[in-house]
Design a protein around this ligand. Structure first.
Ligand SMILES: C[S@@+](CC[C@H](N)C(=O)[O-])C[C@H]1O[C@@H](n2cnc3c(N)ncnc32)[C@H](O)[C@@H]1O
Length: 198
């Protein structure tokens, strides 16, 4: 069965996650773009509207094949780095030319310091990175740093992710939230969020 036809949005281990995206890397772009993948464009636009400096380094955490980096570049961000746990996805990101640098990470790795903006587009979600990844990303930001991320419908229905979002607001302010299209071809929506660290 093709990856996009499998049940995707359900809990899985980091090893299973990496295997899923390894097997999906070749057809990921065609599959999600064919279903109208809208979240990268929505979140990139929202981040560009609040970012104090579009030239500041931005980390595209869980960059995948680079669709998210391309969306961020299209909104004017000029210094985009990316990381992902799946080398086969990173190979495609490299080919986009949207990134200053790319590196493979291990599940749970904290991003390096030096990024006032982190985007995690379609990453902190059921079936991909666990809910506590949100705190790892917030911890890596400097004061006033921004993290933009998205929860799809399946993730919005999972208490662990909603609890993580609530807890994140102990140390950050939710400055943007919008529910809209995610994969219209799959009849799926997402909420996009931007938190500013205190
Ligand atoms: C749905 S794709 C999104 C990719 C890209 N951001 C986009 O919008 O097309 C999810 C990505 O998250 C990566 N991922 C899953 N768990 C991760 C983790 N714990 N840390 C970093 N990346 C992870 C996967 O390898 C995959 O490339």
């Amino acid at each position: 069965m093709a990856t996009f036809d499998k049940p995707l949005w359900q809990p899985r281990s980091p090893e299973e996650t990496r295997a899923l995206y390894r097997d999906w890397a070749e057809t990921y772009d065609a599959d999600v773009q064919g279903a109208g993948y809208a979240t990268p464009g929505r979140l990139a636009q929202a981040l560009a509207a609040v970012a104090p400096d579009l030239t500041a380094p931005l980390l595209d955490f869980g960059c995948g094949t680079g669709l998210s980096g391309r969306a961020l570049a299209a909104q004017g961000f000029t210094t985009i780095d990316g990381t992902d746990i799946t080398p086969e996805m990173l190979d495609h990101a490299q080919a986009t030319g949207a990134y200053r640098k790319l590196w493979p990470s291990a599940p749970g790795d904290a991003p390096p310091p030096g990024y006032p903006i982190i985007a995690a587009i379609g990453v902190v979600s059921l079936g991909a990175a666990p809910a506590d990844t949100l705190h790892v990303l917030l911890d890596a930001l400097p004061p006033n740093g921004l993290v933009g991320f998205s929860f799809n419908d399946a993730t919005l229905a999972d208490a662990s992710y909603m609890d993580a979002l609530a807890k994140a607001q102990d140390t950050a302010t939710l400055i943007h939230e919008a529910y809209g299209d995610h994969l219209p071809g799959k009849n799926m929506k997402s909420s996009i969020y931007i938190l500013r660290k205190s």
